[in-house]
Design a protein around this ligand. Structure first.
Ligand SMILES: Nc1ncnc2c1ncn2[C@@H]1O[C@H](COP(=O)(O)OP(=O)(O)OP(=O)(O)O)[C@@H](O)[C@H]1O
Ligand SMILES: [Mg+2]
Length: 438
């Protein structure tokens, strides 16, 4: 990254505006800002056993980062306390999948990898170190060795055989790998000593693959009931409540709502990253102050604000090629405002198919929070649904809105303002909306 990338020119060892989800490790722990009560809340729910928690919130608000870091901090805390209790973040996250067998296989592989990776920490907290050698070997083989199902934890290594089953879900079923992982889990976590935290992420996928929803039900008695695994369901607005219906409602709790990151925390997050990745004389292309402006202009969408910050950084680097020094902080802040205004003006100019009546509707939608159902036409002064549909179509064509399936009713759509839409709205309303901070 340092040789070709733009960040070293600004004095950073890595991209300080990465839109990537924070990971369950030391870096994620250092970079997560705020969210103290949410982290505590989710940790209590995970550590209390029983029904599994779930989390819901706007796209890009920081749901997955919050869960990853909450899980990692649980592991850290257990290691600090050394009280024979250990919670570990699963090495990977999971997504709903139409094939229950493949999903179960994935869970078992990830659980085994997690145990292998963290095996030293069991002794560190005063628990017995599980024997992971056979599982470790198995994971790195192209074919499954034949486990003797029902062998139990004590005989795990003894029963590791060499009959060959391909490393596929079918091979997995036949080989008894799942039983071996379950046995390893039982050995690793005697009752009441913790477990592995597994995140089932991006439940919105369920909208497009109906069969994945059925799979979720099937998984109830296959992976959601393993005592040493704590699950969290995570998805954008409305989707978790819907996925939780029927068979799953008894095992997953009603969602905890994660709201957008408050402005102050978003700004603090950037300050933290600049300090974390930058050297002493690093020049942050987007200063914390400018990020505050950007974040508000994009209706507090953290991921969008970060990705715009990256684009601006590239623009700035190309405007001031190697050898030229960058303008000072306040001049850069001003440049960002001009750059952003130009993007909004261009988008506004490109939206030629959007008629004045559509603009009026667009402004009202933004003022109402940016998300409306397809049946709400009379609320916006339309006599017929088709008139509102035409307005939405024009706005979608101009990339100012997006149309999605309503999570509460698959026959309807929900229309929401896109990030470019928020930018245009921000400029059209002369910086008044979203409300400026004092
Ligand atoms: N509390 C926070 N502190 C620092 N950075 C954060 C925080 N919350 C979110 N971010 C940053 O915002 C971006 C989006 O976060 P994340 O991917 O967790 O959101 P999400 O809600 O899971 O998104 P999606 O709905 O797309 O799954 C990431 O770059 C992440 O680093
Ligand atoms: Mg996410």
């Amino acid at each position: 990254m340092a040789i070709f990338g733009v960040w070293s020119r600004f004095g950073f060892r890595e991209n300080p505006y990465s839109e990537a989800t924070l990971t369950p490790d030391e870096t994620g722990h250092r970079l997560l800002v705020g969210r103290d009560s949410e982290v505590e809340n989710i940790q209590i729910r995970l550590g209390s056993g029983g029904t599994h928690p779930s989390v819901e919130g706007p796209i890009g608000a920081g749901k997955t980062s919050l869960l990853n870091v909450a899980a990692y901090r649980m592991a850290r805390h257990c290691l600090d306390l050394r009280e024979k209790e250990l919670y570990l973040p699963a090495k990977e996250r999971f997504q709903p999948h139409a094939d229950a067998d493949a999903f179960e296989l994935k869970v078992m592989q990830v659980v085994a990898q997690t145990l292998v990776e963290w095996q030293d920490s069991f002794e560190a907290v005063g628990l017995a170190r599980p024997n992971m050698h056979p599982l470790d070997q198995w994971l790195n083989e192209p074919e499954y060795g034949g486990w003797q199902a029902g062998g139990g934890a004590a005989t795990v290594s003894a029963s590791y055989g060499r009959t060959t089953e391909p490393n596929t879900s079918e091979g997995f079923q036949k080989s008894g790998f799942g039983d071996a992982v379950r046995a390893a889990l039982e050995e690793a976590f005697p009752p009441g000593t913790g477990g592995i935290i597994c995140i089932m992420d991006n439940l919105e996928i369920l909208e497009t693959t109906g069969s994945a929803r059925k799979t979720l039900d099937e998984l109830r008695d296959r992976v959601f009931n393993i005592p040493q695994l704590r699950w969290v369901l995570c998805g954008s607005r409305g989707i978790v409540s819907r996925a939780r219906s029927e068979r799953l409602s008894g095992i997953f709790q009603a969602p905890m709502i994660v709201r957008k990151l408050p402005d102050d925390d978003a700004v603090a997050a950037i300050r933290t990253r600049i300090e974390f990745y930058g050297d002493d004389d690093a020049v942050a292309p987007v200063t914390p102050k400018a990020f505050d402006f950007l974040y508000r202009a994009l209706n507090s969408n953290m991921r969008e604000a970060l990705s715009h910050a990256q684009e601006f950084s590239h623009w700035l680097a190309s405007e001031y090629p190697q050898g030229q020094s960058f303008p000072d902080d306040s001049a850069r802040d001003e440049l960002l405002q001009i750059w952003l205004a130009e993007r909004a003006t261009d988008a506004f100019r490109d939206a030629t198919s959007v008629q004045p009546r559509h603009w009026q509707f667009f402004t009202e939608v933004c003022e109402a929070g940016g998300r409306i159902g397809s049946a709400e036409f009379d609320r916006f002064g339309f006599g017929f649904q088709q008139q509102m549909t035409a307005a939405v179509t024009a706005l979608v064509a101009a990339n100012l809105m997006v149309r999605e399936i309503d999570p509460d009713d698959g026959n309807r759509t929900v229309n929401s303002v896109a990030s470019l839409g928020w930018l245009v709205f921000f400029y059209k309303s002369g910086f008044d909306m979203p409300p400026a901070r004092s």
